[in-house]
Design a protein around this ligand. Structure first.
Ligand SMILES: [Zn+2]
Length: 485
């Protein structure tokens, strides 16, 4: 892990390739005053003239300013001080870091407000990391070294852990499907568990057979790459403390199976393991932060392909919990994988479950590219999650789970079918299907089909995997031990 240093030098004397400074639009700060003094009011004049308005994510790079030792002064807008929050801090620092990452810089210093400093540090790490991990000459370069102007060691450490965990989730999503498939995903997580302090158990296909994970195996059977299921355990609280289970959909490539996707819809289907990536990233952060919580992560890992062995429309599969499922669409495979994994989680003593899945295109239609859909069987638990997401600044919106949607997933030949009637409310019928496999355990399903992946880059983050909801899960884990659920 890169070592981030703390520094308390005078800004004018900081010797670095760049110094990134956060500015509010409506309020000065001691370091802004210091810069104005050192530069003979130069920055103050920029603000007064409207050349820099300090709007959120606004970045102005000023090379070789008189009065400063640093080669570049980078002004990062934070917007209004009253609207400052975790997401604003992360994005502002990320925007500045990303703007600088086109160049190979040796040493960069950041100077941000004391509030949400961890998120600002995380933002730099996120902004410094691109999706071009397979390019011979990457276009995004991380800083050679990086210091933070503060005495707050714990904020810097937490920020670094958060940033690295988000990047772990992004990296898993961004790796191509010929490199990342169930076995290699599992190997990477085993290494990560050793480094971060969580236990990893891997079920191979023989153990999955023994454990009667028949719906997961049905999806996997079309591929030559065998499936895996991961159980990741971090026990940071006493034995009798409640257990939070995190469940992730890990379809490392989704062709749609016999309900084949068109080419343009298939290209990005390496991202169909985004739910599993979020769970792994969260496990990494929660373990490294030593949070006082017992949390178990589960990932169902398969590839959904077409072959002479692949599952077909009309097949009926008996799931691990005994319910029979008639296959109406082989591209609705994520819910089949999750059905068995949710059953394992709920029968392994989970007190609360959250699952993450890039599950339905319908969720994109309903909520757009950046907002996750929430579905629950327990309002209090869902409110708790929503509060954590709001604090982390990650968008989510709850959708209804009324009984009439259950009617739509009844089959004429089996207990259930794996899609609803027609396209309408497709993300809700998917959630109703999942609900059949959690028994009475308080559960939230988070459909991240929108936010897990971005075709276009944003100012603070490259295109590709987003690492969404890792921060929300850290927030939720912090509160979980104290919550009265
Ligand atoms: Zn699919």
């Amino acid at each position: 892990m890169q070592q981030i240093k703390l520094t308390s030098s005078k800004i004018g004397e900081v010797d670095a390739d760049a110094i990134i400074v956060g500015y509010f639009s409506d309020q000065s700060s001691s370091y802004a005053e210091e810069i104005s003094d050192a530069t003979g009011e130069f920055v103050g004049n920029l603000l007064n003239n409207g050349d820099f308005e300090a709007k959120p994510n606004e970045v102005v790079v000023l090379p070789y300013i008189k009065g400063l030792q640093a080669n570049r002064l980078v002004l990062a807008g934070l917007g209004k001080s009253s609207e400052f929050n975790a997401a604003v801090a992360l994005r502002a620092a990320g925007s500045a870091a990303k703007a600088l990452s086109e160049k190979k810089l040796g040493h960069v210093v950041i100077c941000f407000p004391a509030d949400f400093l961890a998120e600002a540090v995380a933002g730099v790490i996120v902004g410094n990391h691109g999706q071009d991990i397979m390019r011979s000459e990457p276009k995004i370069h991380s800083f050679g070294s990086f210091s933070v102007m503060t005495g707050n060691t714990s904020a810097v450490t937490e920020g670094q852990i958060l940033g690295n965990a988000i990047n772990t989730a992004r990296m898993l999503v961004n790796l191509p499907p010929n490199v990342l498939y169930p076995e290699t995903f599992a190997e990477r997580v085993e290494t990560l568990g050793e480094e971060s302090g969580f236990e990893v158990e891997v079920w191979d296909d023989a153990q999955l057979q023994e454990q009667e994970c028949r719906t997961l195996l049905a999806v996997a059977q079309g591929s030559d790459k065998p499936p895996r299921m991961l159980t990741m355990k971090y026990l940071g609280a006493t034995e009798d403390a409640p257990v939070l289970a995190l469940v992730g959909k890990g379809v490392t490539f989704d062709s749609g199976g016999y309900s084949l996707k068109p080419s343009e819809g298939m290209l990005d289907m390496k991202c169909d393991m985004g739910g599993a990536a979020t769970v792994v990233g969260a496990m990494q952060a929660i373990s490294l932060l030593n949070l006082p919580i017992n949390v178990v992560g589960y990932c169902g890992l398969v590839e959904n392909l077409v072959s002479g062995r692949a599952y077909k429309l009309g097949d009926v599969i008996r799931s691990r919990n005994g319910k029979t499922i008639e296959i109406h669409n082989t591209d609705a495979e994520g819910r089949l994988v999750l059905a068995d994994v949710l059953d394992v989680a709920s029968k392994s003593g989970a007190d609360h479950i959250v699952d993450f899945a890039t599950l339905t295109g319908a969720c994109l239609v309903a909520l757009g590219l950046d907002c996750a859909g929430l579905f629950t069987n327990d309002q209090k638990w869902c409110d708790q999650f929503r509060e954590a997401a709001d604090l982390a600044g990650e968008d989510s919106w709850q959708l209804p789970m009324t009984d009439n949607f259950s009617e739509q997933i009844k089959s004429n030949v089996a207990d259930l079918k794996n899609v609803g009637a027609g396209r309408w409310g497709g993300s809700i019928t998917a959630a109703k299907f999942l609900e059949e496999f959690v028994a009475e355990t308080p559960w939230i399903h988070v459909d991240i089909a929108g936010p897990a992946w971005s075709d276009k880059e944003k100012k603070w983050i490259d295109a590709g995997g987003s690492g969404c909801f890792v921060r929300t899960l850290v927030q939720l884990a912090k509160e979980y031990s104290q919550a009265n659920l």
